[in-house]
Design a protein around this ligand. Structure first.
Ligand code: KG4
Ligand code: ZN
Length: 347
């Protein structure tokens, strides 16, 4: 491999964000994200609407990413795209676009696993980013996934535990919906939680073996609790919104930290990296940072724009795979379900 710069154009379209980024080696030159607002009125992502919006957004978003990076597309070394996991229709838009562009420009195509990208986002060169050293534990917490992954190397990962039902982001969003808050409710719970008492209300923690998670019971217990209280006082939610948010957030953080602590004991690894949209949560960030002093953990939280869905994280995986000459062929298909372990083997 020569010392020439590698330019990766990356495309992410797994859920409701259409994103394109340009990287020069491990540096991000541009990272454009177009978040689809249409889903707000439905209280959750509508797959059919998501793929239509990707179709409309993809060309302008890619144009903008190239313009911001100030490079001609002829300079691009390879196209990286999200192959999965995600919504089938959404993935198809980004994948088809990436394949056509790679074919047109006669450059390599690189498929990327979205969950692997959330983890490797830590390796984007940025003054606000600090890369963990191998081996480390990664906890990916998003609207679609909740996993604890043992990361031995860039392409050597093993899932130690994951959710058996709802993802943690869904737990936030569904709880918010029960309180009448708009989608996505996670950031709003975070905002109101800052003003409330986390011990005001208690919700039961699920009993799940090993390092797996479960969040569907929490949603049900919140539903029954709110039904009971609003029968007595119709204004219960609005009167206690801050305390409710603080208590729900406290419970969710407790569930996550319990398993993380268990994983640290089980593996003897106390280098912890988090990723995914929920790592934007201020309570989780604060609790993790505290662990640095109380338990001597080293914790890593990527820059905010690399936590939520973005193409820069797809680009860093593209760059690392490019260096291994790990390219895809034009007959590659999308994978709505795509386990991290099946994605990490390179040549
Ligand atoms: O990674 P992401 O952008 O998309 C997926 O791959 O799912 O994660 C989105 C999820 C949503 O459920 C959203 O409510 C949640 O991340 N989220 C938060 C916060 N910011 C985003 N949850 C709690 N607190 C936040 N500050
Ligand atoms: Zn994600």
């Amino acid at each position: 491999m020569s010392n020439e710069n590698i330019y990766i154009l990356a495309i992410e379209s797994s859920c409701d964000d259409t994103s394109a980024a340009v990287l020069c080696n491990n540096n991000v030159l541009s990272n454009v994200v177009s978040t689809q607002k249409i889903h707000e009125e439905y209280g959750g992502v509508v797959p059919e609407l998501a793929s239509r919006a990707h179709q409309q957004n993809i060309v302008p978003v890619v144009h903008q990413a190239l313009a911001k990076a100030n490079i001609d597309k002829k300079l691009v070394s390879a196209i990286a795209f999200t192959r999965g996991p995600g919504l089938m229709g959404s993935l198809l838009v980004g994948t088809s676009f990436a394949k056509s562009l790679a074919l047109g420009l006669k450059i390599p195509l690189i498929e990327v696993n979205h969950m692997q990208a959330h983890i490797l986002a830590h390796f984007i060169a940025d003054e606000e980013n600090c890369a963990p050293k191998f081996p480390f534990l990664a906890m990916t917490i998003s609207g679609g996934h909740t996993q604890i992954v043992l990361v031995r190397d860039y392409f050597d990962m093993e899932i130690l535990g994951e959710t058996l039902d709802d993802a943690v982001g869904e737990a936030f969003d569904k709880s918010a919906k029960l309180m009448g808050l708009p989608y996505p409710g996670g950031p709003l719970i975070d905002k109101y939680a800052k003003l409330g008492n986390p011990k005001a209300f208690q919700f039961p923690r699920p009993k799940v073996a090993g390092l797996n998670f479960s969040f569907s019971g929490l949603k049900t217990s919140i539903l029954y609790f709110l039904q009971k209280e609003t029968k007595k006082d119709a204004e219960f939610v609005s009167k206690h919104l801050n305390d409710l948010c603080a208590s729900i957030q406290h419970c969710i953080i407790g569930i996550l930290m319990d398993k993380l602590e268990k994983a640290v004991v089980q593996t003897g690894i106390s280098q912890i990296a988090i990723g995914g949209g929920v790592s934007a949560n201020s309570g989780i960030r604060h609790t993790l940072k505290q662990k640095e002093t109380t338990d001597q953990w080293s914790t890593y939280i990527p820059k905010f724009e690399y936590c939520t869905d973005n193409a820069a994280m797809i680009g860093i995986v593209g760059y690392l795979k490019y260096k291994n000459a790990d390219f895809s062929t034009q007959d590659i298909g999308v994978k709505a379900r795509y386990a991290i372990e099946s994605a990490v083997k390179t040549k």
